[in-house]
Design a protein around this ligand. Structure first.
Ligand code: NAP
Length: 543
């Protein structure tokens, strides 16, 4: 071990590139998009550094052009899971005992590789396979993931620095050990940065990992895995096991070595996994740490004093960026009757001006939703609004899945504040609005708080400080990320640690020391320099 208390380079957020017309960054990314569209990649399972082509493949496609195959993804099953667990076990000893600064260096290097030579590849893969506009890809797969890899080593050093005090003659220390066993990282389709963070945060803390990427978003995940290898991550520390949810998940959670789950995805999937783990609890060597960020039904609440132009901008960006497929997307809004006429016109006009199409055309604001299942689910909500009383579709309402899974950005007014569209997560480009009477402000805040089981993000708009304070207090438990006069999306690592409570997750804030603490098991060490040699205490000498 080296002698020295090393300090992690002070983390700074990665600047977001603009990709303006004529810029060199735009030309370079366009070239990578073109080359990626002309190749079909074979994505293997990787276990202990060994590439396995199982032969059972799943196509990775462009959601905006679903006949275009970008990659053939070899699917892991029970046999590969077993091999991955064995490989992780082998890697555990060396990795968990490697000096922390050596582990930090792997991810700090990964950050620089992603900020530099890998940026176009990971952005292009996110644009093509997840149908993200260039800006949405840049803030996710480049900037946010770079930030995770720069800030987490800094937070790790803060965790390790936290040491107890010692009485005279004693030295108390706390060691932050890796968990015994492996962590199962299960990642969603919608954020490449989350896909990169969920396996690497536990690995940074000395753990070994099985990583199952979302079936609909394997291309960027694959390139991240390759980048980590280039950054010097030893074989077996993270094992790449793409495959169908239950086919990979069931054998993993049956393993006695399961030490933790780092999950982001839907509430239903998370609750099923938690139940299975609960049912298996006697078989594990230790109680698995369960960390999950799940669904949302995120709100925007406008006070009668709200500024209309900033409210409209927040509604449009919050609801429709990345086609509303953000866990934080504005999905229900509460607008006072006194503002409604002023909001309605500009809102519809702005939404109708949003260009939609493939992400390769940089003019587009919206692209396609992720797959046919998502398309059908979202259109089901829109059909519900069309077929039932109490809904008015202000704009949008049509979808077309013939070439790509395109759904128009849709704004619905709901006369009933607890209707299906006001209550359930839709995860698509649908914003539902309830217009409340100004006199019912308190009762409407109660609705905001109690209409859905989620508590992920929420935003309030208003001007008077007393109103802002009162609304902030009233909605204290309604969101883990709360915004004042801002849209409810776009959390930045190191600035707004992200996560929600209630049915939205365990709120172990991604990109914070709190999250990293879940991936260690503390050992308190007390050392006595001159230990006592007799058992009698003074009170025993009573006359
Ligand atoms: P999902 O369908 O629940 O899938 C998430 C992951 O779970 C995928 O990798 C999926 O694999 C896997 N999975 C499914 N069944 C499994 C099983 N039995 N065992 C192990 N893994 C299993 O969610 P999604 O559609 O990808 O993502 C959308 C959801 O994520 C939304 O609800 C959104 O709100 C939530 N989300 C939350 C946050 C947050 O921070 N709170 C952030 C992003 C997204 P397959 O792809 O193979 O099915």
């Amino acid at each position: 071990m080296a002698n020295g208390f090393f300090r992690v380079p002070a983390p700074v957020n990665e600047p977001v590139r603009a990709y303006a017309p004529g810029s060199p960054e735009k030309a370079s990314l366009k070239r990578r998009l073109d080359s990626m569209l002309n190749e079909t990649v074979e994505i293997p399972v990787v276990v202990g550094g060994r590439r396995i082509h199982t032969g059972a493949t799943h196509d990775a496609v462009c959601p905006h052009d679903h006949r275009h195959v970008l990659a053939k993804v070899h699917q892991a099953g029970a046999a590969e899971v077993e091999q991955a667990i064995a490989a992780a076990r082998v890697a555990w000893q060396g990795w968990s005992e490697l000096p922390w600064e050596a582990r930090a260096a792997v991810f700090l290097k990964a950050a620089e590789l992603l900020a530099g030579p890998w940026r176009d590849t990971v952005n292009a893969a996110t644009m093509l396979n997840q149908s993200k506009s260039v800006y949405q890809a840049e803030i996710d797969s480049a900037a946010e993931l770079v930030d995770f890899w720069r800030f987490n080593p800094h937070y790790m050093s803060k965790v390790y620095e936290d040491q107890p005090g010692s009485a005279r003659g004693i030295w108390d220390r706390v060691e932050y050990r890796a968990l015994e066993g492996f962590v199962f990282a299960v990642t969603p389709f919608n954020f490449t940065s989350i896909a990169g963070n969920l396996p690497t945060a536990p690995a940074l803390m000395g753990n070994v990992v099985l990583w199952k990427p979302a079936s609909s978003a394997c291309l960027a995940a694959w390139y991240i895995f390759c980048l980590l290898e280039e950054a010097g991550l030893p074989p077996g520390v993270i094992n790449f096991v793409p495959g169908r949810g239950s086919q990979v998940g069931d054998p993993v959670v049956a393993s006695p070595d399961l030490a933790g789950i780092h999950f982001t995805g839907s509430t239903g999937t998370f609750q099923r996994m938690w139940k299975t783990i609960g049912g298996n609890i006697e078989r594990y060597r230790s109680y698995p740490r369960i960390v999950g960020e799940t669904g949302g039904k995120d709100f925007v609440f406008a006070h009668p004093s709200a500024d209309v132009p900033s409210l409209v901008t927040a509604l449009v960006r919050g609801a429709f960026e990345y086609q509303g497929q953000k866990c934080s997307a504005a999905s229900r809004a509460y607008i006072p009757r006194s503002l409604w006429e002023a909001v309605r016109g500009p809102l519809v006009e702005t939404v109708e001006s949003l260009p939609q199409g493939p992400p390769t055309d940089f003019r587009n604001f919206l692209c396609a939703v992720i797959d046919e299942g998502a398309f059908d689910d979202i259109m089901g909500f829109i059909e519900h609004a069309k077929g039932n009383h109490g809904f008015e579709i202000l704009t949008g309402g049509e979808g077309d899945k013939s070439e790509g899974y395109f759904i128009q950005p849709t704004v619905v007014v709901s006369a009933e504040p607890r209707s299906k569209l006001m209550r359930e997560e839709i995860f698509g480009p649908v914003l539902t609005i309830y217009v409340y009477e100004d006199d019912d402000l308190d009762a409407t805040l109660e609705l905001v708080d109690t209409t859905s089981p989620y508590a992920l993000t929420g935003a309030i708009f208003g001007r008077d400080r007393r109103d802002i304070e009162a609304m902030t207090r009233r909605l204290r438990h309604s969101a883990g990320n709360f915004y004042v006069n801002d849209k409810p999306t776009g959390a930045v690592v190191g600035q707004q640690p992200f996560g929600g409570g209630r049915a939205s997750g365990t709120n172990d804030k991604a990109g914070s020391a709190v999250n990293l603490l879940r991936w260690v098991s503390q050992r308190a060490i007390k050392e006595s320099f001159v230990p006592p040699t007799g058992v009698r205490y003074p009170h025993q000498d009573e006359a």
